[in-house]
Design a binder for this molecule. Structure first.
Ligand SMILES: Nc1ncnc2c1ncn2[C@@H]1O[C@H](COP(=O)(O)OP(=O)(O)O)[C@@H](O)[C@H]1O
Ligand SMILES: [Mg+2]
Length: 248
């Protein structure tokens, strides 16, 4: 259903391949198949929100996109190139950055030390810190604090800063809003909107979060291991109705 809208989406002008394209992807854990043929695409510069209830397969989908889970069928393309079975570090090098559920920061290291982890990719530390503190001034005030003692929102800021340090082409965000106050979520999504405006392609996974609607170009609904619906964020939100609105 996304094939026909080449003229209506600003990000789809011209012959540029989608940054990410999943077609008929099947994947799971051991003998248990969780994704039963997932079709999904993120165009260059696009923000796609992927909604769905707990257990729908959203995190598994991001696992496939970031190389942690190998699909058993279908294709995963990154900027037009098949990357089925590519390892996580190879995909990271190719520009894929996953901010996992639970943020993936090191609680027993300071803010600074966490940021320093991003320099393995060869980027200069001063540059990493400059960008992080410019984007999230609150991190600057807490640079020597242990990451585990930051608030949930600050931990998310740190995780995003660390991810962006490697200059990714595609950002995968898993339940950014989980456990955070609505005001913090709104602030984080404001920053996400700025990243998108700067040209980053973003796939956002949430059960549902009102504040995503303002930054998403399109939204999709995943249920039972398949993408059931793709469309304008507002129409998808309306279609979801009261099914699992979180009140944010
Ligand atoms: N490591 C795992 N081993 C076995 N089953 C898993 C694992 N992770 C997730 N699952 C199962 O896969 C299904 C989809 O999970 P997940 O992708 O995490 O959904 P979501 O992120 O939408 O909540 C669920 O039924 C879940 O129990
Ligand atoms: Mg999940």
């Amino acid at each position: 259903m996304t094939r026909g809208d080449a003229d209506s989406s600003r990000a789809r002008v011209g012959p540029v391949a989608p940054v990410l394209e999943l077609h008929g992807v099947r994947a799971g854990y051991g003998q248990i198949e969780v994704l039963h043929g997932v079709d999904l695409s993120v165009a260059a510069g696009e923000v796609l929100a992927l909604f769905g209830p707990n257990g729908a397969g959203k995190t598994t989908t991001l696992g496939v996109c970031s190389g942690q889970i190998r699909p058993s069928a279908g294709s995963v393309r990154l900027m037009g190139t098949m990357v089925n079975g590519a390892r996580p570090h190879a995909l990271a090098r190719a520009g894929v950055c996953l901010i996992p559920e639970g943020r993936g920061i090191f609680p027993n290291l300071t803010v600074r030390e966490n940021l320093r982890m991003a320099t393995y990719s060869g980027v200069a530390y001063a540059r990493v810190e400059e960008r992080a503190f410019e984007q999230f001034p609150r991190l600057a005030e807490r640079r020597t604090q242990l990451a585990g003692t930051l608030s949930g929102g600050e931990q998310q800021m740190l995780a995003i800063s660390r991810g962006l340090a490697t200059d990714p082409a595609l950002l995968l965000l898993d339940e950014l809003s989980m456990g955070l106050a609505p005001m913090i979520v709104a602030e984080l999504y404001e920053r996400v909107g700025e990243m998108a405006a700067a040209g980053l392609s973003i796939l956002i996974v949430e059960q549902f979060a009102q504040s995503v609607l303002g930054v998403a170009d399109r939204a999709a609904v995943m249920l039972g291991g398949r993408v059931q619906q793709v469309g304008e964020p507002e129409s998808i939100a309306a279609a979801l109705g009261g099914a699992y609105l979180d009140g944010h």
